[in-house]
Each structure stands twice: as structure tokens, then as C-alpha cells.
Design a protein around this ligand. Structure first.
Ligand SMILES: Cc1cc2nc3c(=O)[nH]c(=O)nc-3n(C[C@H](O)[C@H](O)[C@H](O)COP(=O)(O)O)c2cc1C
Length: 158
């Protein structure tokens, strides 16, 4: 059976809160999904999942170091993630603070690894973004993204 994982790095809890909402929505949309802090994930664990969702706080317009380290460690099985579904999200301190460049950085790495990424014409286009603590708008975007990832993953495995 297909399964997903939401991986996050979070110092003050904002990205973690987004991760938990996305994972809950994926589970509720019938894609069994784990939600783990990046320090609890080994790169090779990613091989076990059909959908890989990664969230990071925006640090100087980029993903945080521990997320980049995890991605870099996947070089040990480069090509092994080909065809899985990917998605990304980010929390930042400020509007215009670089959360979309953070998401795009994660998505660029996912594309190189062969993951399939779906944008969103109505919701947050590249992936959910939050300014500080998630508000109602962000929570809805996270639920929406979680549902969409689950639907796409199940469709691709038919
Ligand atoms: C090292 C560092 C760099 C940061 N760089 C940015 C930045 O470039 N733009 C921005 O808007 N916020 C920046 N922030 C703020 C965080 O992205 C923001 O507080 C985020 O919500 C933290 O997520 P967390 O609660 O999951 O740790 C930075 C914070 C830290 C600690």
C-alpha cells in the first residue's frame, strides 16, 4: 500500500505545526503518512515512501542546513527516488522574506532526484507558506496541500 512522509526542521514550532496539519490531511485522505523531525530520518528511509513532503523554515532565503544535509545524503542512492511524489512548504519571518525561494530550492533538488511535483492554480502555488505561526489561512492551505498530495500519489500508483 502507498505511504507518505512529511519531514520537517523546526526550532520554534511554526514549520512543525504546518507539517502536522499536512500529514493529518494526507492520512485523512487515505494515504498513511508519517510525520518526522529531520533528525529522526535517515536518507535511506526515503526509499520506503511513495510521497515525500519536506518543510523548512526560511533561513536567508534557503532551506535550513539539516534539510540540505538530508537531501545531500540521498546521493548514496541517486536515482532511487525517481517517480515518487514530492512537495515542499516553508515558514518565514516576513512577507517577502524568501519563503518561496526556500520552497523552490527544495523542489529543485526533488526534480533532480526525479520526483513528480504538482503546483496549485488556486492555493499557494509552490507549496504552503506561513509568516510566523500558522494562521487560519495557512492551516487551510496545509490541509488543501495534504489532500492534493494524497490524491496525486494514489492516482500515480493505479
Ligand atoms: C538563521 C535564521 C535565518 C532566518 N532567515 C530568514 C529569512 O531570510 N527570511 C525570513 O523571512 N525569515 C528568516 N528567519 C525567520 C524564520 O524563518 C521564522 O522565524 C520561521 O517561522 C521559523 O520557523 P520554525 O518555528 O519552524 O523554526 C530566519 C531565522 C533564523 C533563525
Amino acid at each position: 500500500m502507498a505511504k507518505g512522509i512529511v519531514i520537517y526542521y523546526s526550532r520554534s514550532g511554526n514549520t512543525k505545526e504546518m507539517a502536522e496539519i499536512i500529514a493529518k490531511a494526507m492520512n485523512e485522505a487515505d494515504l498513511p503518512t508519517d510525520c518526522k523531525s529531520v533528525d529522526k530520518v535517515k536518507a535511506k528511509d526515503l526509499l520506503d515512501y511513495d510521497a515525500i513532503v519536506i518543510g523548512s523554515p526560511t533561513y536567508y532565503g534557503h532551506m535550513a542546513g539539516p534539510i540540505k544535509e538530508l537531501i545531500d545524503e540521498t546521493v548514496a542512492f541517486h536515482g532511487g527516488l525517481d517517480g515518487k511524489v514530492g512537495a515542499a512548504f516553508s515558514s518565514a519571518g516576513n512577507i517577502g522574506g524568501g519563503n518561496e525561494t526556500t520552497i523552490m530550492g527544495i523542489i529543485e533538488a526533488m526534480l533532480i532526484a526525479g520526483l513528480t511535483i504538482q503546483g496549485d492554480p488556486q492555493g499557494d502555488h509552490y507549496g504552503p507558506v506561513s509568516i510566523g505561526k500558522p494562521d487560519d489561512r495557512v492551516r487551510e492551505q496545509c490541509r488543501r496541500r495534504g489532500r492534493r498530495i494524497a490524491e496525486l500519489t494514489k492516482k500515480m500508483l493505479v
